[in-house]
Design a protein around this ligand. Structure first.
Ligand code: ZN
Length: 124
């Protein structure tokens, strides 16, 4: 029964739901992981979809001095960030210290690279 990975946003437990199809969501009702519920025909698909999505988010892990550990974005990389409640677009700055361009860094718990643009590169 431990086939579900923990919620990437809050670290909490996830649960399998079954109503007109299967889906997995975070047990915490105010967590963003609670809403991200794909409807799948089979239990196995729902579990696989949840675990895949979990893998897409990279947690921000800080040591005791507030230094980011593990995988972090590159300087000026555009990323998606989440605080476990909302997902937002941001730019990661890695200079003397790391921060998000919007100033949301204190709330962000995880990030992921932007999805590849559909139909190739586009000049803006
Ligand atoms: Zn959660």
């Amino acid at each position: 029964m431990n086939e579900l990975k923990p919620c990437p946003f809050c670290g909490g437990e996830a649960k399998l739901m079954n109503y007109n199809g299967f889906g997995v969501q975070c047990k915490d009702e105010i967590c963003i992981g609670h809403d991200l519920l794909p409807a799948c025909v089979t239990r196995e698909d729902a579990i696989a979809a949840w675990n895949r999505r979990v893998n897409g988010w990279i947690p921000f892990v800080m040591d005791e001095e507030g230094i980011l550990q593990g995988k972090i974005p590159e300087n000026e990389q555009e990323i998606l960030v989440t605080d476990g409640r909302q997902v937002g677009f941001d730019t990661f700055i890695n200079e003397d210290k790391c921060y998000l361009d919007s100033g949301r860094d204190l709330m962000a718990t995880a990030w992921m690279p932007l999805p590849e643009p559909l139909g190739g590169e586009k000049d803006v």
